[in-house]
Every structure is written in C-alpha cells, then in structure tokens.
Design a protein around this ligand. Structure first.
Ligand SMILES: Nc1ncnc2c1ncn2[C@@H]1O[C@H](COP(=O)(O)OP(=O)(O)OP(=O)(O)O)[C@@H](O)[C@H]1O
Length: 761
C-alpha cells in the first residue's frame, strides 16, 4: 500500500460529518459542505499546491474520500485509531484496502469520560471551575459555529418549551449559555464538542447542560412563561365540563349521506323526550325545526343569536349551536351536521356542544367524516357510542348529457347552483330572458326570512316560479322540491384564488335533489358545461375524507386568565399571543380567528371597555369586508362604552331595490340590524333599547329584499363594482375563470401534448 508521507500528520476526530486534519502544531477543519483553508504546513506536508481545490467525495464513519483536483489524485483517509493516535492512513486511489474502523464509536470511546458524565455534574464542573484558558482562533470560530447552530435549532427550541423557556426567549437564553460556556471552558468538553461539530450530535450533548444552566439563570422568565402557558392550556377539553362528565351519556351517531333520514330519526326522539334541545348550524334550520315541532303539538322555543322566542310551557328548544347551554339538563339533545366540528372558523361550537352537553342521549347527525374522531372523544369522555349507518333513500342519478353549455335547457324543478352573487344574478336574468321560467333566488347574504320566502315560492306547485338559482347556501337546512341540481360551474373564489369546490360540498349540494316526501323523490344532478361533468362524477364517487382534527376556542375565562399574565397589550395582540402559546391535544386545532382580530383592532379606538365586553363585541356577526357594517359596529361599541343607549340611527328604504347597488344596500342594512339584535341578546338589554324597532326593521328589509329579488332584472354589478373586481383581479394577478371548462380544456390540451411527446420520443 502506498503510504503518503503526510499520514503521520493526519488524524480524524469525528468521521461522521466533520473531519479534522491536525498537523503537529495547528488544527484545520474540513467539512462535507465547506472547506476551510488548510495552512501552509498542511499543504507542504501533503505536497499540495492549491489546497482549496480539494473535492470531498465521501465522508463517513468508515473514512474520508477526497480528491485533490489540481493534482488530479484521489485519496482515501482511513481512521485506524481515532483520538489517541495521531496516525491515519492516507492511500492513493486504487488501493483496495477496505476501511473497517468505526470512527464515531471510537470518538465516543475516547470521550467517554465527557459524554457519559451526568449533565448536572458537567454543568456544575463548568460553573465551579476556573475561568478558562484562551482558545485558538480557529477553535473559537468552530465552537461559535456549534453554539450558533444550537441557538437556531428547532429541536432544541422545541425541547426547551418543556422547561418553560419560550420560543421567543430561547435565542437569548442560548446566547447567554454560549457566553457562559466560553468563559468557563473545559478542555475535554471543548475537544468533545469540536469532534461532534455543529448539528444534531452537539445539540443533543449541549441541551441537558443548557437545561441546568437555564433553571439556575432564568427562574423569573421560566415562572412567567409557565403561568402564561398554563393559562393558555387547551389540552384535555373534556375536563372543562365536569357536570357532563358526571353523567353516563349515550351518544347515537346517525351517520350517512344527505337525504337518508338521519335528522328525521333524531328529531323523532327529540319530540318524544320530556325535555330536548336541537342544535342547528343555521338560524334558518333552527327556525324550520321550531316550526315543524310546534306544528306537531310539541311546544318548542327558538333561541338564536338574534332572536329568543319563548313558547309557554315548552320544554324543547331549537337553537343555533353557538347558543346551546351546557348548564341545563336535557333528556335528548340533537347536534345536526356534526361534521362541522372540523369547520375552520366555527368548529369549536360543535366540539363544545359534544363535550359539554348535559343530556342522557345525544343524537349526532352527519356524514361519516368525523366518525373516527367521535369514537376517540367518546373513549376519553367515557360515553357510550352507538353508530347508526344510513343509505340514501334513492340513489342520486347523474345526467350525462348536461345542459350542453346552454342555460335555455333548464327544466321545471331545476336548481342551478353558482358560487358567486354575480353568476347567480346573471343566470337568473338569462333564464328569465330566454325561457318562460321564473326564478327564485337563495344565497348566503340574504336574511333567513327572505330565503324561506324564496324557498316556499319555489316549493309551491302551480306558480311560474319553478326554477331556483342558488349559491352553496342551498346545501344545508331547507326542504326543497328540487328535481335536478345543475352546477353552473364547479370552482369558486376562496378569498384568494379560484379553487375547485371540495368534493364533500359538491356531494352535500347535489344531495338536495329528490328528497323523500317531496314532489320529486328521484334525484338528478348534472352540470351546465359538459367538461365539468367528469369532476362532478369524481366528487360523487369519492368516499368521505376522514377528518383528523376538530376545532376548539377558549372561553372568555381562559382568555382572561391568560390576559392576567401579560401587561400592556392590545386585545388583538392578546389573541395572537394566546394562539402562539396555547397547547392543544393531538386531534384538536385552534379555530381561525382573523376576523375576530380584525374587529378587535378596529375596537382599539374605543376606550373604557372591559375585556369581557371587548371579547363579546368581537364575536358579533359582522361582515368584515363590508365597511358600512364595520362602521356601525364601531358606533355601537362607542355608544356602549360611553354608557349611552345604543341607537340604530339608520333608516329603511321606502321601496324595493331598483338596481344592484340598492339591493346590496338592503342586504347590508339587514346585517346591521341583525348585528344590533345579536348585541342586544349578548349584553344587558337596557343598553340596547331599540330591539322592537330593530325587529320591525329586520322584517321590513327582509320583505323588501324578497320583492326586490322577484323584480331583479338588472345587471348584477354596478360599473364601479365590476371595475373594483377587475382592479382587484389585476392587482392579485389572477384571472377569474368562468367555470372549470377552461381548466379542463387546458388539461386536455396538456394531456394531448404529453401523449404526442411520448409518440415523438
Ligand atoms: N321515516 C320517514 N318517514 C317519512 N319521511 C321521512 C322519513 N325519514 C325521512 N323522511 C323525510 O325525508 C327527507 C330527508 O330526511 P332527513 O332530512 O332526515 O335526511 P338527512 O339524512 O338528515 O338529510 P340532510 O343531511 O340533507 O339533512 C325529509 O323530508 C324527511 O322528512
């Protein structure tokens, strides 16, 4: 074997990722990623002329493989004995000598007296030892690099949370730890660290010493963060409801697709019970159940954010899920659309109802997506779970022909679903212009009363209003006589860009066609454009996604406790800090609250409000993109804070809308009135003395909206609105596609090109 004369000067310290070349007097480092210039002695000893042109081929525990480019020679460097010996073998390429030694094992062996030492002892030895000898420049640089890597380590920062060193304080703590280490250097420890180099190994070695250091040096920071963390602790939410835990509850999960009789069966039990509560995802649905149950002779009250209708002697209540009381005892509770536990914004309300309701029997109605998570929750709460699986009464049939892109092909009993207000009105106008049909309209911004009115008009047989044009708001809560659901398109704007409508939503909407007991018991669905059909079929065939996390949000008391830990901070910052520091168990997420923070920011201008008032005001139902509604909310808060009666200070137009601008104004006005009613229900009533007036106004506006929709034959957007949309589109650099058609065409073209490419290849 050809021995290089330089072998005696070489020693491999750590072979894993970092290799140290040690000459008799100096140390030089070479790493996998970068090459530190060796000194002249090194070059001479190896006979290199341009040492920076060394290319490292491989560096592993079995050795070092590098090429000296300017010599065009390749070398193997073999660790024969690491640590104690200064000898290694460097052989030129072509030598078959196989390397056997295990460098890292040898390294550990040689530093066993350091690595195996109890970190507490090691820390004390450093702390109580003398001020250290000075390190050489290179050593200093490398050690700095090791500490720098430690301070940036996500692993170490995460681990530090366990001893209540916050992520924001960790870099400061790590920096002070570094200073301490450099002051109290210990030769063996330094050598060991240098042998490990920056990265995982040194982090693991340093961390326990860092813990000892931190516990001794930062007791105040730790205490502060600890109490902050424990006040933002959202783990084990099932323990928040001790009274519910004291009851042996029976949970019945009615699990199945739309139109399979889930709610019907749950409501049967609800009506039989001595005392029951029905929790709805929408005001509209709560109203429907309220009417239905009362019409069957079971006295039932209504409770939503905006209205309280007490029915004397009634033991039953239909409420929106956010309003349900976890303090009352019920025989039967129904939680509808339980899969909404996973809703990014409102999911916490379903989670709270499931965990906190004090009822002997809780009926959950929904699709199978949250079944496995409900099973886990029931295990933790100790409740008995009964699963009832359902199939659709009649299968949904997809019409392959579609409307062939021509809206004139609509038929009586059709519901055309579009995903923007503009498209809804365009469709309605086009149908009424080119056919003999008349359209009813349903979309989310309409008050529930108007939606119901439109639904009734559509459901009634024998009138000319036999087509419904609706948004995704039609997917839940209304019993409609729909023969066929026609998707105008299958993409929608998600606030940022156009995205395909999620399969679960497509299923939910399509499932509204052909309800049992309706005029059309057989359901059909199709698309306006042929190319959208594939996506529709794909969505309907897709099994339900399994949800892995459900929403949580803190109660006011939890936020208040947290606020006690931090001084001089705005409410919006407080919420931000809470979300950064809160702890959650594996299958919970903190619900999004950007809209709440936006309202909180606006309300910062209002002084003299308690934290609780601020918290409650932030939950008022307001469209944050509607400046008029935001202005009124600010005004309400100012009056409230100034201790003057909160007035509506808003009039109702005399007649129905004559154009889209007036229609938008009516929608906006209704939202303001609705907000006033909501506030009056969440604060002392005497502070909101105009409830009766507000109720009257809400009813008047809803009626005007209904009349306006019947007459609506104007262009859906005023010019400025259209321009605003176009400007925004331009600013955001995206084109708003009319439907999936273009995308599908593009995909098809791409596929064609691809196959052409294959043929050519
Ligand atoms: N046993 C039954 N007898 C008579 N009508 C029924 C029966 N079961 C269900 N229905 C009717 O069938 C229709 C659909 O039932 P239901 O609303 O319970 O379905 P669902 O599975 O809850 O659907 P969705 O999820 O869309 O609300 C309703 O109009 C309901 O009144």
């Amino acid at each position: 074997m050809a021995r290089n004369p330089a072998t005696r000067l070489l020693r491999i310290y750590s072979s894993q990722f970092k290799v140290r070349f040690i000459s008799s007097s100096n140390r030089f480092a070479l790493s996998c990623h970068e090459f530190h210039h060796p000194s002249t002695q090194m070059h001479q000893s190896l006979g290199f002329t341009h040492p920076e042109r060394i290319q490292l081929n491989k560096c592993s525990s079995s050795g070092l493989d590098f090429r000296v480019l300017n010599l065009n020679k390749r070398f193997y460097c073999t660790p024969r004995e690491i640590g104690n010996s200064s000898d290694s073998i460097v052989s030129e390429h072509g030598d078959d000598n196989k390397i056997k030694s295990q460098a890292s094992a040898s390294t550990t062996e040689s530093f066993a007296h350091v690595s195996a030492l109890d970190p507490v002892k090691l820390y004390r030895r450093l702390r109580d030892g003398p001020i250290s000898e000075k390190l050489g420049l290179e050593e200093c640089e490398e050690l700095s690099e090791i500490f720098h890597s430690f301070a940036r380590s996500g692993w170490a920062s995460n681990q530090a949370l366990a001893i209540y060193i916050s992520a924001s304080f960790f870099p400061t703590a790590a920096h002070q730890f570094r200073n301490f280490f450099f002051k109290k250097i210990n030769r063996d420890t330094v050598d060991y660290l240098l042998s490990l180099g920056p990265g995982t190994q040194s982090e693991r070695f340093l961390f326990p010493i860092f813990v000892e250091f931190s516990l001794e040096h930062f007791p105040d920071e730790i205490k502060k963060f600890r109490s902050m963390i424990s006040s933002a602790d959202l783990t084990k939410p099932e323990t928040w409801f001790p009274f519910a835990r004291a009851i042996k509850r029976k949970i019945i999960y009615h699990c199945g697709p739309t139109n399979s009789g889930k709610t019907y069966n749950a409501l049967q039990r609800f009506m039989e019970a001595k005392k029951g509560i029905y929790c709805s995802p929408l005001r509209l649905l709560a109203m429907e159940v309220f009417d239905k149950v009362n019409s069957r002779g079971v006295y039932c009250s209504l409770l939503t954010g905006q209205e309280k209708k007490y029915v004397p002697f009634g033991n039953h209540t239909a409420c929106t899920v956010e309003m349900v009381s976890t303090e009352e005892l019920y025989e039967v509770a129904v939680i509808d659309e339980i899969q909404m536990m996973s809703d990014l914004y409102r999911g916490y309300a379903w989670t709270r109802a499931l965990l906190g309701l004090q009822a002997d029997e809780i009926h959950l109605c929904g699709d199978p997506s949250v079944l496995s998570i409900v099973r886990k929750i029931c295990k933790e709460t100790g409740d008995e779970l009964i699963e009832n699986h359902y199939e659709r009464f009649k299968p949904l049939v997809v019409e392959a022909k579609t409307l062939l892109g021509d809206i004139k092909n609509v038929r009586s009993g059709d519901c055309v679903v579009a995903f923007s207000r503009r498209e809804i009105f365009e469709t309605k106008i086009a149908i009424e212009k080119h056919t003999n049909h008349k359209c009813c309209v349903i979309y989310g911004a309409l008050p529930p009363e108007t939606r119901r009115h439109q639904a009734n008009l559509f459901n009634e047989q024998g009138n000319e209003y036999d087509i419904l044009v609706a948004s995704d708001a039609v997917g839940m809560g209304l019993n409609l006589n729909i023969r066929r659901i026609v998707f105008y398109n299958l993409s929608k704007y998600n606030g940022d860009k156009m995205v395909p409508v999620p399969a679960s939503q497509v299923k939910q909407i399509a499932g509204r066609a052909g309800r049992r007991g309706s005029v059309y018991p057989d359901g059909l669905t199709t698309t306006l454009h042929l190319p959208d059909l594939d996506y529709l079929i794909e969505c309907l065939q897709k099994p339900f996604d399994e949800i892995t996390k459900v929403g949580l949000f803190p109660f006011f008391e939890q936020v208040e406790l947290f606020a006690g830990q931090i001084a001089d901070i705005t409410f919006s910052q407080l919420l931000q800090k809470f979300s950064e520091n809160c702890r959650l168990d594996g299958y919970y997420f903190l619900c999004k609250h950007d809209h709440i923070k936006k309202v909180a920011n606006m309300l910062e201008k209002v002084g003299g409000m308690s934290l609780e008032d601020r918290f409650n005001f932030c939950f008022a139902p307001v469209n944050i993109r509607d400046p008029k509604a935001m202005y009124h909310l600010l005004r309400f808060a100012q009056s409230y804070a100034n201790d003057v009666p909160v007035s509506l200070a808003m009039g109702v137009p005399r007649g129905s809308a004559r154009n889209d601008g007036e229609l938008l104004d009516l929608e906006s006005k209704h939202q303001v009135v609705s907000m006033y009613l909501w506030l009056s229900n969440h604060f002392k009533e005497e502070r909101f003395p105009y409830v009766k007036k507000a109720e009257g106004m809400a009813a008047d506006i809803a009626e005007l909206l209904g009349e306006s929709l019947i007459k609506a034959d104007w262009k859906p957007e005023s010019r400025s609105q259209g321009k605003r949309d176009r400007d925004r589109d331009r600013e955001e650099g995206y084109q708003r596609p009319r439907s999936l058609v273009k995308e599908q065409d593009k995909k098809r073209q791409e596929r064609d090109l691809e196959s052409l490419g294959k043929v050519i290849a």
